[in-house]
Ligand binder design. Structure first.
Ligand SMILES: [Zn+2]
Length: 411
């Protein structure tokens, strides 16, 4: 085993162990006592359920990640990457199609193997806690649409990247970067109107008290909003959410029907104000710029490592190729990815505080924001007392209790 193999193996093992340790800490930090801020939205029974939900999900996550790491190591050390490569090369499809088929088979195999886990999660765990609304029909359709989309979209991007690295010479990484950047921006425009409607219905919010309250709030913060959409989240789960997508004229705010069902007008305006806060504070733009810069670095490093034979030796490959190099570089890059993700989570949590503050200030109703957060945690059975180390590594949003305290302190 060479240095590449050692780095990749060490990363896999370290991240597996780190997950395990932080999950155990997280379970230990489940507190028997209900934080007093939540007394009006939880009773003892519901609180007990939220803890049980955390326990069940954590155990399930542990089984899934154990299965995954065993699978990767088994495939790697049995020479699976080379074996598959030799078969696909035998079909003589040319460099681009060989790459598409090779990576396609790996992705498809992974999807099939993770299927039982996803079925168990939806139809056993989520069902048991009363969240699941997904019918087997929706589940199968989602799966097929997801696979179809990744074949079309992922396949297109992948063939462009393979083509540049195969034929464009020294500056291939730069062309790839430009192409994927244009593509990312394009996706931001088409996602709300072309892609999301494949999975959910988006209906403009009907006239009435809520719509008026939302539009007049949007006006007050100088955020031109033509439409608010209601998304049929209840098609899959009783959990609720709201989100913001798109840019320019295509930007839209969607509220889950399950959210509207359970919250007052004031709380819904607060949730929406939080989403507008992300836009106004430029979080969405910043996130996109960071990910575009990140892509540039990744493509540049990729272009260097694609020529390192040692990276291919580590996976017992007989022949070097761009497509296999993409996969191996992805694994080699994962320690950097891990560290970057920690910074991204810190950045994201900071943005959540900012959006909360924006909502509390501009609606002049911090209580509504607080109530909305409390109800959301209760409805979604969130863990109210996560371990700080677990939060540090995994939470894109601060724990609800900390958000509530921050809003109170600012008020
Ligand atoms: Zn947010």
């Amino acid at each position: 085993m060479n240095i590449y193999g050692i780095i990749i193996l060490a990363t896999l093992l370290i991240s597996f162990i780190l997950d395990l340790v932080t999950e155990i800490l997280n379970l230990r930090s489940l507190s028997k006592e209900l934080p007093k801020e939540f007394e009006d939205v939880y009773d003892a029974d519901r609180y007990g359920q939220s803890q049980e939900y955390t326990r069940v999900r954590t155990r399930f996550g542990f089984i899934t990640s154990t299965f995954n790491i065993i699978l990767i190591l088994a495939f790697w050390f049995s020479g699976g990457f080379n074996y598959l490569d030799q078969i696909v090369r035998g079909w003589e499809l040319g460099p681009i199609w060989t790459g598409l088929v090779y990576i396609g088979i790996l992705i498809f195999a992974r999807a099939i193997l993770s299927l039982p886990f996803s079925i168990y999660s939806t139809f056993v765990i989520e069902e048991k806690f009363g969240f699941n609304k997904t019918t087997p029909r929706t589940f199968v359709l989602d799966l097929l649409k997801g696979l179809g989309l990744s074949a079309v979209i992922g396949g297109t991007v992948l063939s462009v990247v393979l083509w540049f690295f195969e034929y464009a010479g020294e500056y291939a990484w730069l062309y790839c970067w430009i192409a994927t950047t244009l593509f990312t921006i394009f996706m931001q425009f088409i996602a709300p109107t072309w892609i999301m409607p494949l999975f959910n219905k988006f209906i403009p919010l009907e006239d009435g008290e809520l719509r008026n309250a939302i539009l007049s709030y949007a006006d007050s913060v100088n955020f031109p909003l033509k439409n608010v959409f209601v998304m049929d989240g209840s098609k899959r789960s009783t959990k609720s959410n709201a989100f913001f997508t798109g840019f320019g004229k295509n930007k839209r705010i969607a509220l889950f029907d399950t959210l509207i069902e359970k919250h007052t007008v004031g709380e819904l305006v607060a949730v929406l104000a939080h989403e507008i806060g992300h836009y106004k504070k430029k979080h969405i733009l910043q996130g996109m710029i960071i990910s575009i810069l990140h892509m540039g670095v990744v493509f540049y490093l990729l272009s260097i490592f694609l020529t390192h034979k040692g990276l291919f030796d580590a996976f017992y490959m007989e022949e070097m190729s761009i497509y296999a190099g993409l996969i191996f570089f992805g694994m080699l890059y994962s320690p950097i990815e891990m560290i970057l993700s920690i910074f991204m989570q810190i950045f994201s949590r900071k943005n959540e505080y900012e959006a909360d503050r924006f909502a509390a200030q501009t609606t002049a109703q911090p209580e509504s924001m607080i109530n909305a957060l409390k109800k959301l945690s209760a409805d979604n059975l969130s863990n109210l007392t996560p371990h700080p180390l677990y939060v540090f590594f995994n939470y894109s949003h601060p724990p609800t209790l900390e958000r509530i305290r921050a809003i109170k302190n600012a008020a």
